[in-house]
Unconditional design. Structure first.
Length: 427
């Protein structure tokens, strides 16, 4: 079911093409049309496209307090307890990322520093149609709350034009979301970016979505901030003879069931592990509700690579720069130093990727498509602005003036030089 590749063939298919955007031209063209219309016509265009894409228009865009109360009654207590414990773990992890403003004084004449200020209003996009991810609500909202964001606006589509998925409403309450609006797709991104009569504009948009949502986020970037342009989900597994084939297979399937473009790769020094994992994949897929999706992903985007040694396995993984990297090796912690590029790392035989998706605390909003080479997962920092400040006395400016004027003149910016010189020459 899962193809086996030689190193060069794997590199050609999975590494040289990793920067191809999920949101290609067809998605951009549709997104441009919708964004332009909503920007110009507000609610009128919003209703038009909600009806066109979702085939109904909610009576009220806003999720009321009564609807939120009803949602709590519809979600079983076991699920609520699990979400609350997960939220506690996520909060505990992200609290350690908090930083305060700082001031540095080199002497009595010079002071510099940074002001850390939260973004004022953030929009969170949450899928709510065929996919429903309360964990994404927690992962996106909790760092924003910790950062001090004043207002968190969540958008998610309804399935029937009336209520959003109850579990998403409950997760939003647990996480501290301020308001929820019943809208999804490109139109939701456009409304958040530019505002309408019904939906307020925000300063930054975060959260996962399909290819149309990714295209919309790319197009509004610059007018508002965004977290990232996320592509299909990925996992890479590095393993040797110590790995349990049933575990490896289960983890490959777990990633593949996301969608048909999900990537699941195994780099191993064990030919026997490849053979046994292949058998396990076929057996485990038989009872999987989303087996057709998983099989398509594994066949077209999955890969087994037999490596000459673990150094080659880590080298290929670093080139791939996966969203999720699992290390199925004994003494897994000792290999951390070999990892250069990965969104999040899962160490040992008993740390499957779902532990990070739902519960452990580190964020599951992670860079994909090789972007872990230069970017990081969502954190408190994504909801913080850093403003530098400088204070010089006249004596300090006088001491530095010759250097500043010299550099300004080299850049042919004589006005810059004059702004310094006038202060120094002022009697």
């Amino acid at each position: 079911m899962i193809p086996t590749y030689k190193r060069a063939d794997f590199q050609k298919k999975f590494i040289t093409n990793t920067q191809v955007s999920q949101a290609d031209d067809q998605y951009y063209q549709v997104a441009k049309e919708v964004i332009h219309a909503i920007r110009q016509q507000g609610d009128e265009a919003l209703k038009k496209y909600v009806k066109k894409f979702d085939h109904f228009i909610p009576e009220n865009w806003y999720v009321s307090e009564d609807e939120k109360k009803q949602a709590w009654e519809k979600v079983d207590q076991k699920t609520i307890d699990a979400l609350q414990r997960a939220a506690e773990n996520i909060q505990a992890f992200h609290e350690k990322q908090l930083q305060g403003s700082r001031m540095m004084q080199s002497d009595d004449n010079i002071i510099s520093g940074q002001l850390f200020r939260p973004i004022e209003r953030v929009g969170i996009y949450v899928p709510g149609g065929t996919a429903c991810y309360p964990s994404s609500v927690l992962m996106n909202a909790i760092p924003a709350v910790l950062a001090g964001v004043e207002e968190i606006i969540m958008v998610t589509p309804t399935r029937d034009g009336e209520m959003i998925a109850p579990i998403l409403s409950v997760a939003a309450d647990i996480a501290g979301v301020s308001k929820i609006y019943k809208i999804g797709g490109i139109q939701a991104v456009a409304a958040l970016a530019y505002g309408t009569e019904s939906i307020p504009s925000v300063d930054k948009i975060v959260g996962p979505g399909n290819a149309y949502v990714a295209a919309a986020k790319a197009l509004v970037y610059g007018d508002v901030g965004i977290d990232m342009i996320a592509g299909p989900s990925e996992v890479a597994i590095i393993a040797d003879d110590s790995a349990e084939p049933s575990f490896v297979a289960a983890d490959l399937i777990a990633q593949a069931e996301h969608d048909i473009n999900a990537r699941a790769c195994l780099f191993t020094t064990s030919e026997q592990l490849i053979k046994e994992t292949q058998i396990e994949v076929q057996q485990q897929c038989k009872t999987l509700p989303r087996k057709n999706i998983a099989k398509a992903a594994l066949m077209n985007q999955g890969a087994f690579v037999l490596c000459k040694d673990l150094n080659e396995a880590f080298d290929l993984s670093n080139q791939f720069a996966p969203e999720h990297l699992e290390i199925h090796l004994d003494n897994a912690l000792s290999y951390l130093g070999k990892i250069k590029h990965a969104g999040s790392v899962f160490l040992g035989h008993y740390t499957p990727e779902p532990v990070g998706d739902y519960y452990a605390g580190p964020n599951h909003v992670l860079p994909t498509s090789g972007t872990a080479r230069f970017s990081s997962g969502l954190s408190v920092d994504d909801f913080i602005k850093k403003t530098t400040f400088i204070y010089y006395t006249k004596d300090a400016l006088a001491e530095a003036s010759n250097d500043i004027i010299t550099i300004a003149n080299e850049e042919a910016l004589t006005g810059h030089a004059s702004a310094v010189a006038k202060r120094i020459n002022k009697k």
